[in-house]
Design a protein around this ligand. Structure first.
Ligand code: DX5
Ligand code: ZN
Length: 220
């Protein structure tokens, strides 16, 4: 079994009360802040950028897990490092020179994550898995919160877990999209270390309690 970390996605937070929602996460059992950066090109949506992340970093007491859904992410590695990113994750579909990009992120002092869209095969990571700190499996097509979980993700977690073991990699497995109280336990059991949850946390009446339930989820 993995590490049972939970990373609430601020995409579903109340932006008029962002400080309050960050404080709630600070006080909760959540492990990381998941920040979704979208450019309207790699994905059809635009979320938030540098000034917002800068403000979040000022009061966040937990690591920032930055998920870049942008083309040519290399342009901004340094910027996100300066903004306080602990984990910086880039889509395999958005970079040509993944090896170089992963090493650049690490050389800048951040942990490097590689993200796979639902259609992208885990086998493409074979030659890079030993060099990455995190693999983020998209369990929805990226761009929006509140979408339906894609069941084929379980199979990808198993394949990825096998690859990580075979290659002696220390990479964590993170799952993003459609995570809820029903599938969380099953995802941890399948080998996920980190679950991202936006809608499930922020649409609940007691977000901190929901985070606790996600972390403790053990059955499917
Ligand atoms: C989707 C983002 C997700 C999103 C998850 O493109 O990468 O992090 O916020 O939202 P939920 O948990 O609502 O599916
Ligand atoms: Zn995300």
């Amino acid at each position: 079994m993995g590490q049972h970390l939970v990373a609430p996605s601020l995409l579903s937070a109340d932006f008029l009360n962002l400080g309050r929602d960050i404080e709630m996460i600070n006080q909760s059992q959540a492990d990381w802040f998941h920040l979704d950066v979208m450019d309207g090109v790699f994905v059809p949506n635009i979320s938030f950028g540098m000034p917002v992340i800068k403000a979040i970093h000022k009061i966040a007491k937990k690591p920032l897990d930055v998920h870049l859904m942008i083309v040519q992410p290399e342009r901004y590695f340094e910027t996100f490092r300066d903004l306080g990113a602990t984990y910086l994750s880039i889509h395999i579909e958005a970079v040509t020179h993944l090896h170089r990009a992963v090493h650049q992120i690490r050389e800048m002092g951040m942990k490097a994550g590689v993200v796979l869209n639902p259609h992208t095969s885990v086998s493409l990571l074979e030659e890079i898995i030993a060099d990455v700190d995190l693999v983020l499996l998209m369990s929805v097509n990226p761009g929006f919160g509140g979408q339906k979980f894609i069941e084929a993700t379980y199979d990808k977690i198993s394949k990825l877990k096998k690859l990580i073991t075979e290659k002696n990699s220390g990479a964590l497995i993170e799952v993003d999209g459609g995570v809820d109280l029903q599938n969380a336990g099953k995802l941890f059991l399948a080998g996920a270390d980190v679950l991202v949850a936006g809608n499930t946390v922020f649409s609940s009446t007691d977000p901190a309690e929901t985070i606790k339930k996600l972390k403790e989820a053990i059955t499917g």
